[in-house]
Write a protein that binds this ligand. Structure first.
Ligand code: GDP
Length: 449
């Protein structure tokens, strides 16, 4: 799936080369691929639509800076916008928990059953105790499953925080108020309240958690959502967001193989920052949420960006500019330059995109033949150049019959091959003369797509 997207986008990036701006038509195909990628990552359709519209608006008319091709520029826009949507623009503070409440600072946990709420309470207690040096009390208001209360007691003990016992006979609001009272008396700085989760959205459950919220007025109300949930995430998020003033989201089970599309759906619906990510079943498996990393994961963009960066890194524009300046100022294009050109082509990875930019003879050499053979040919040409003396490289016109034989023997090829190579060199030299400095730069740039 990921490979697929990478290949598809790389293809589109390629077809877009040589255009100076992003337009409705040259971005359409690329945006289709991005849309597919989002749907494959299980992002809900309304969120996909909104995102694509935003990217389109940002991209249209964007001037493509000289070091990029339009395809690369569009990839950049997509990455930036998705990062922003994931919360990169909210700033570093967005992922911080607030303690701005008369102690204890109360954290209320909300979410469906099985998403990882209780585990997350344990993780948070550990994080707050160890990283923030807080005295933490936990309590379970899940009166429907006695096992849930015992489970919270167990994880709380594992992280060495304090636990307020409750029973299935108590009412959730009473449990929360009693725990709050206890926390005040015993100078706890944070109280984390775990709540009941049902398997689906449930009117009663929503009323109950809203009542707990109203009774204790938590500073943080965290919606816990399973990254594996996919499309369902949007309905659940909507229900909880409507019932409660959420302050943030915890995305669990990101260690699974989901692409994490739920993150985008939840951000779309709630607009609330995703504060933490659960990355293992263990109690140390909690991380501060990283919006940009999530954006890359959703799109499989890590790979795309690596491709783009690779392309930019590999094309040595400085060397190209130097060569252009040399040729322009009447300097001679010699064998060393030719070799540098060949090396550059090899670095740019593969011959296919380059061949149509090269003199006819090069194209003939590769036409019909497969790319492997073309690459082999380039390697042979480099071998021949390597067999020349520095003097011959600087002044190829010195190379007559006897030298040709010596070079051929040195490179392990036939003399005809040396002749052919010299021929190609002359064509390249002629072309270099014709190209103004700008022309060469342009050629190098257009090769990058
Ligand atoms: P709750 O019903 O919402 O309280 O969910 P639990 O805390 O009982 O977790 C349900 C299951 O998910 C348990 O098996 C947890 O170990 C597992 N779980 C919770 N968080 C994560 C996580 O971040 N990664 C993984 N792999 N599993 C998790």
């Amino acid at each position: 799936m990921l490979d697929n997207l990478t290949t598809r986008l790389a293809k589109v990036v390629k077809t877009m080369r040589g255009e100076a701006r992003l337009t409705e038509s040259n971005t359409a195909e690329m945006l289709r691929e991005v849309r597919m990628a989002l749907l494959e990552a299980d992002v809900a359709l309304p969120a996909v639509r909104e995102f694509i519209a935003k990217v389109k608006e940002k991209a249209l008319g964007e001037e493509v800076i000289s070091s990029l091709t339009p395809g690369q520029a569009l990839v950049g826009v997509v990455q930036r916008e998705l990062g922003a949507l994931m919360g990169a623009d909210l700033g570093a503070d967005a992922s911080q928990l607030s303690f701005a409440q008369q102690p204890p600072a109360i954290i209320l946990m909300a979410g469906l059953q099985g998403v990882g709420k209780t585990t997350t309470v344990g993780k948070l207690a550990k994080y707050l105790k160890e990283q923030k040096k807080k005295k933490v009390l936990t309590v379970s208001a899940d009166v429907y499953r006695p096992a849930a209360i015992a489970q919270l007691q167990s994880v709380t003990a594992q992280v060495g925080a304090d636990f307020f016992p409750s029973t299935a006979q108590d009412k959730p609001v009473d449990i929360a108020l009693a725990a709050l009272d206890w926390a005040k008396k015993h100078h706890h700085e944070v109280l984390i309240i775990d709540t009941a989760g049902r398997l689906g959205i449930d009117e009663e459950m929503m009323k109950e958690i809203a009542a707990v919220h109203g009774a204790v007025k938590p500073i943080e109300t965290l919606f816990v959502v399973d990254a594996m949930l996919g499309q369902d995430a949007i309905n659940t998020a909507k229900a909880f967001n409507d019932a409660l003033p959420l302050t943030g989201v915890v995305l669990t089970k990101l260690d699974g193989d989901s692409r994490g599309g739920a993150a985008l759906s939840v951000r779309h619906i709630t607009g609330k920052p995703i504060k933490f990510a659960g990355v293992s079943e263990k109690l140390d498996g909690l991380e501060a949420f990283d919006p940009q990393r999530m954006a890359n994961r959703i799109l499989g963009m890590g790979d795309i960006l690596a491709l783009v960066e690779e392309a930019q890194k590999n094309v040595d524009t400085k060397a190209a500019a130097e060569l252009a300046a040399k040729v322009k100022s009447g300097g001679k294009f010699d064998m060393n330059d030719f070799k540098a050109q060949l090396a550059q082509m090899k670095k740019m990875g593969g011959m296919s995109g380059l061949l149509d930019k090269l003199p006819a003879q090069f194209q003939q050499a590769a036409s019909g033949a497969n790319m492997d053979q073309a690459e082999k040919q380039v390697r042979r040409m480099v071998g021949i150049i390597d067999s020349m003396t520095p003097q011959e490289r600087a002044k190829p016109e010195l190379i007559k019959a006897a030298r040709k034989r010596r070079i051929a023997a040195g490179a392990g090829v036939q003399v005809q091959e040396v002749n052919r190579m010299l021929n190609q060199f002359e064509q390249m030299q002629t072309m270099m003369k014709k190209l103004s400095g700008g022309g060469l730069m342009k050629m190098m740039r257009s090769m990058k797509g």
